[in-house]
Design a protein around this ligand. Structure first.
Ligand SMILES: Cc1ncc(COP(=O)(O)O)c(C=O)c1O
Length: 410
């Protein structure tokens, strides 16, 4: 018999509970099974509902046909992405905004979840991370898995070695520079879950701060396509000095409906160094070793996002979701709720009524209105007392959900 067992990564054992959306799915499934006659409206997980735009479908069909022919077949993609896609990204997402980013600073991936979870790997274990609170849970959880977060306090629901930057009604959901100096700063703007964002001037303040304290900003711009206000930057590289302090992560999930297709990219500028070490070279090494490229068909689909037809069709798709956002925001406001977000992001962030906890409100909505949302506490301790609804549903369902919520008369 073996006495010395294989040892697991104990950091995983420190993670409290399951991933937020798995817990929600479990609760919803249990309720649905017990109440098969009820029609649920899901405004919980940030998944899109509209089909891929015609320009994208056309590009995918064409790429599929190419795969059927030996002369045009594609096997392994280049580690860092096909040139055609990387060039389209640079031209449209950066040069068009006067951002100085080159093709060899773009790393094509299978999405921003992987990138935002993996990027911490190239940093030492003893770096201190700072996160907005509440925020997309992947940043903290992936650092927990890496053993970078210290011990968990179940009462405050915080990690001893994580610097939390509370974003609440009191500060208009704008993160403030932390009192302790961080090494890695995760900024998710527009923010998931609060749906709020900051101005370009405020972002410039963060870039200056990071350069001053030699920190690296990991800037998750997954919701960039939803920005509607002029004074909000679409990329951190619109700010002066960002090339020496920021990595930007982008996704094709929310702007182009690729949640089931899978495509994203990271920007790691060559000027970004820790001492003499180039993070661009490190990420290239990591990517080359651990990633075998996004599929050719998917990268061709990504290229179509930047075609004239693609851009026009996706503008309409974003507008469709933002119409939902307006329906939710206005409907809830009229019903007396205190509501945020929904202007530069497809998320509505509301104060739970009557002092309910966010999980109590989740249960209440699930059982009384058969509407699924996301409890704010799942995004960090400062999310307690808030609740997230997404604008990614079908328009008719969004209207119906609002009707049900209003009928509750809370
Ligand atoms: C802030 C943020 N980053 C990344 C992702 C995941 O993006 P992707 O589908 O590209 O993995 C999400 C998904 O909800 C998100 O909210």
């Amino acid at each position: 018999m073996r006495i010395d067992m294989v040892k697991v990564n104990e950091n995983y054992q420190k993670l409290p509970g399951s991933y937020l959306f798995s817990t929600i799915a479990r609760k919803v499934n249990a309720y649905s099974e017990a109440n098969p006659d009820k029609k649920m409206i899901r405004l919980g997980i940030g998944d899109v509902t509209q089909p891929l735009a015609p320009a994208i479908i056309e590009a995918m069909h064409k790429a599929v046909d190419e795969m059927a022919c030996a002369e045009t077949f594609h096997g392994y993609a280049p580690d860092l992405g096909y040139e055609f896609l990387r060039s389209a990204i640079v031209k449209n997402d950066y040069l068009a905004r006067n951002c100085d980013i080159a093709v060899d600073e773009i790393f094509v991936s299978d999405g921003a979840k992987s990138d935002s979870g993996n990027i911490q790997e190239i940093f030492a274990k003893n770096n201190r991370i700072a996160v907005c609170d509440p925020v997309y849970p992947v940043y903290v959880d992936s650092n927990v898995m890496a053993g970078r977060t210290g011990t968990y306090d179940a009462v405050s629901e915080t990690w001893s070695d994580v610097i939390y930057m509370p974003c609440t009604m009191e500060n208009d959901f704008v993160p403030e520079f932390p009192r302790e100096t961080p090494d890695l700063i995760y900024l998710c703007l527009p923010n998931n879950p609060t749906g709020t964002t900051i101005t370009k001037d405020a972002l410039q303040g963060w870039v200056d701060y990071a350069n001053r304290c030699k920190a690296v900003i990991i800037y998750d711009a997954a919701y960039e396509a939803y920005i509607s206000e002029k004074e909000v930057a679409h990329s951190i590289y619109e700010c002066e000095g960002a090339r020496t302090c920021a990595i930007e992560l982008k996704s094709f999930s929310k702007n182009a409906g690729f949640t089931g297709v899978r495509l994203g990219y990271a920007v790691v500028p060559k000027d970004l160094k820790c001492g003499d070490v180039s993070l661009n070279a490190m990420w290239a090494r990591r990517h080359g070793t651990k990633f075998n490229g996004a599929p050719y068909i998917v990268q061709r689909a990504g290229e179509a996002v930047y075609s004239e037809e693609g851009k026009a069709q996706l503008k309409e798709q974003v507008a469709y979701y933002m119409r939902n956002a307006a329906v939710i925001k206005n409907g809830l406001t009229e019903a007396g709720y205190t509501v945020f977000g929904g202007v530069n992001a497809p998320y509505i962030w509301l104060k739970t009524p009557e002092g309910m906890t966010s999980w109590a409100f989740f249960d209440y909505l699930l059982e009384r209105a058969n509407v699924v949302g996301t409890p704010g506490a799942g995004f960090g301790p400062s999310g307690e007392g808030y609740f997230r609804l997404t604008a990614f549903g079908a328009y008719e369902n969004t209207i119906a959900a609002l009707e049900r919520i209003r009928k509750l008369g809370l």
